[in-house]
Design a protein around this ligand. Structure first.
Ligand code: AKB
Length: 318
């Protein structure tokens, strides 16, 4: 990776990935794009307003900046996707197809996130294997499985260097997620500090894989820099670092904030989605093929999240 384009950089992953990649590869070598102006991204390096559904515009940015690697981060997440499945398919697959085609025409490598949402109720629930049955019941998951297959197809047919990770729910404190089933695990920290109380939309006993943003950023670079000859898989790798239920994360917060309370107002859509996803993935292939190893667990992450959000509240920057 020398000259990088990030498509959909204004979201939860892109906001932090842009800064992280600029720190490693040089600010002028990382071009952030989003459908909206993003002042925070434009301040730190090149930024272009780009609608990922406009392939001609994407190709023109790639040519102008001599891009060799594209990160396509455009996606409507699982819960919001169920409100308008047709729109979710149009955006998620539209942005992916344009990224694949532009990567093919301009000889770029391409990273696209997949998700634990690519699995469904018929997949093995515990230690879900890398290669197993994938029959998701959300439009988001259907887009992710399609994306994985398209990525492998472009790699086999055209020799495009496509790579992908099945991300767990991502927990972070810079840009919020939006419309996901795992969003509760971010919101809970903000509300614990703001009001001391959180009403959770996901059932108390449902386990889902989660990951802290610093591990996400490290994983993206590690996979994209991995020796191609060592990769047996491409699209997409299971990774795992922690798995918990709402009750477990609440108990972890209560160790630091003993007065914190939580009740439940279950959202039927999130209920169904969360129950259809694995409890925890088996990430052996990622560990063996490109050295994946998480650094953050629930306890350390909770310390860091509460410290960072408390600081923002103090500085009035929330
Ligand atoms: C969602 O909840 O939709 C996402 C995901 C796990 O892919 N955070």
């Amino acid at each position: 990776m020398k000259r990088i384009l990030i498509v959909g950089a204004g979201g939860q992953i892109g906001t932090e990935l842009t800064a992280y990649l600029r720190g490693i590869y040089g600010a002028s070598n990382v071009v952030a794009t989003d459908v909206r102006e993003c002042k925070n991204l434009a301040d730190g390096g090149p930024f272009e307003v780009l609608d990922a559904l406009n392939a001609t515009a994407m190709a023109s940015v790639v040519a102008r900046y001599h891009i060799d690697t594209i990160f396509n981060l455009v996606a409507l997440l699982s819960a919001v996707g169920e409100k308008n499945p047709q729109m979710a398919w149009g955006i998620n697959i539209g942005a992916l197809m344009n990224s694949l085609e532009v990567a093919r025409q301009h000889h770029c490598a391409l990273f696209t996130p997949s998700s634990i949402g690519a699995f469904g109720p018929t997949s093995p629930k515990v230690k879900t294997p890398q290669d197993t049955i994938m029959q998701p019941t959300t439009i988001y998951g259907i887009c992710k499985v399609t994306g994985e297959m398209l990525g492998n197809y472009y790699a086999q047919k055209y020799g495009i260097d496509t790579r992908s990770i099945r991300f767990p729910g991502i927990i972070s404190n810079v840009a919020p997620p939006g419309g996901g089933t795992t969003d509760y695990a971010v919101e809970i920290y903000y509300e614990a500090l703001r009001s001391g109380h959180y009403t959770c939309a996901v059932p108390s006993d449902v386990y889902m894989d989660m990951i802290y943003m610093p591990d996400v950023l490290k994983a993206c670079v590690q996979l994209m820099e991995a020796d191609s000859a060592k990769l047996v898989h491409r699209n997409s790798f299971n990774i795992a670092s922690m798995s918990f239920t709402p009750e477990i994360i609440a108990a972890e917060i209560r160790k630091r904030l003993p007065d914190f309370t939580m009740d439940y107002d279950i959202d039927p859509v999130k209920d169904k989605i969360s129950r259809s996803w694995p409890d925890c993935l088996d990430d052996t292939c990622a560990r063996e093929e490109w050295g994946w190893e998480p650094e953050w667990d629930l306890s350390r992450m909770t310390d860091d999240m509460l410290e960072k959000i408390a600081q923002k509240l103090k500085d009035n920057t929330l």
